[in-house]
Ligand binder design. Structure first.
Ligand SMILES: Cc1ncc(COP(=O)(O)O)c(C=O)c1O
Length: 368
């Protein structure tokens, strides 16, 4: 890519980064990693961060160096990018369906410990045929529907029966269960979030009881998002937390709580000042997702991002913010970080406002 040559060198001011660009404060991201890990260590719960938030083996390795037991990947393509970047323990807390993806999944088992979720006996049969056909073994966990009503078997007979199918399938190792309480993680009211998450986790644990009563050991009981880390993570028997967003904390999650600090912004340039109360940025919906709302302008009191088009963002500026001029750079906090970083090829890592390193978003766009 031609514009790689223009990437600023370490030590350069943040203002030398060309825009639109994703900027990560590495000290803040590392402090978030350390904080969740310390929480897990104190509560006897392993951390298995979801890499969908950063899609980068560099950040995954930071999480593992801090003590994480491995990482989660939403898709086989993401897992391939992580394994290529040196990550050796992968859980796909999602269904891998179809012979093309299953073949790729099994191929990864030569280089890494692979565990995948399943909620369907035919899918399990295909996983088994593919793994045993090439003499490999992969771990499988049953995904249980804990109330999100997305994927997952209903707790009870369906779940226990699927655990039995996995246990009896050559090439597969029955590892346990997962249940993602995604319907609770962003509930703003803490007591409501707690009540909903505990209900969801009790559903998961009742499924575990049934499987164990049928004589199958359940080693993995995996759950949690960032918003429920301190609820799910303090419940007995939950073995590991799949939190992802905590590493960067986007605008939406900051409305839930501020236990972790914001590390990610999109750097933008003012490209037009057509009137005293309007400043136009070079950063629109091709550089920043708006599925959870328009971004927050960071540290420019009086400036508000009010409308967006493909390559432009319009800010209304009042008071001090009216000093903004063409060429000025400002930072925006996207409301949804995961979908925003998926639009970019690189992070610009900074420390104390100075360039530190450029980090490839290797899993970007790898949704197959
Ligand atoms: C299966 C699964 N686990 C965990 C998470 C954790 O997400 P977060 O920490 O962003 O709430 C997600 C988010 O989409 C998910 O789909």
């Amino acid at each position: 890519m031609v514009d790689l040559q223009y990437f600023p060198l370490p030590g350069a001011s943040i203002n030398e980064i060309d825009t639109p660009a994703i900027v990560v404060d590495l000290d803040v991201a590392e402090a978030n990693i350390a904080r969740l890990q310390a929480f897990g260590d104190a509560n006897g719960t392993s951390i298995r961060p979801h890499s969908k938030t950063h899609k980068s083996p560099v950040f995954a390795r930071k999480q593992i160096e801090a003590g994480a037991i491995g990482i989660c990947c939403a898709k086989v393509g993401e897992a391939e990018a992580m394994v290529a970047g040196g990550v050796k323990n992968i859980l796909i807390p999602n269904q891998v369906v179809g012979s093309t993806k299953i073949t790729r999944l099994v191929a990864l088992a030569s280089e890494a410990n692979i565990v995948v979720a399943a909620d369907d006996p035919d899918n399990v049969e295909q996983l088994s045929a593919a793994a045993s056909g090439v003499g490999k073994e992969i771990g499988v966990i049953v995904e249980v529907n804990v109330g999100m009503n997305r994927c997952g078997t209903e707790p009870g007979e369906d779940t226990t029966a699927l655990a039995r199918v996995i246990t009896d399938s050559p090439g597969l190792r029955f590892d346990g269960v997962m249940g993602y309480e995604g319907h609770t993680v962003a509930v703003r009211d803490e007591s409501e979030r707690r009540a909903n998450a505990e209900l969801a986790m009790n559903t998961l644990l009742s499924a575990v009881d049934s499987i164990e009563a049928a004589g199958m050991p359940v080693n993995v009981i995996s759950a949690s998002g960032t918003g429920t880390y301190n609820i799910t993570g303090t419940m007995d028997r939950i073995t590991d937390l799949q939190c992802g967003s905590y590493i960067f904390m986007d605008g939406d999650y900051l409305e839930v709580f501020q236990d972790f600090k914001p590390a990610l912004t999109v750097l933008a340039t003012v490209i037009s000042r057509p009137t005293s109360d309007r400043a136009v940025l070079d950063t629109g919906m091709k550089a920043m997702s708006i599925d959870r709302g328009l971004p927050i302008v960071v540290d420019v009191p009086g400036a508000q991002y009010t409308s967006i088009s493909e390559e432009h963002g319009v800010m209304v500026v009042e008071g001090d913010a009216q000093r903004l001029k063409v060429g000025d750079k400002i930072q925006l906090r996207p409301m949804h970080g995961d979908t925003t970083i998926n639009l970019h090829s690189h992070y610009f890592g900074v420390r104390n406002g100075k360039m530190d390193s450029v980090i490839e978003i290797a899993g970007r766009g790898r949704f197959r």
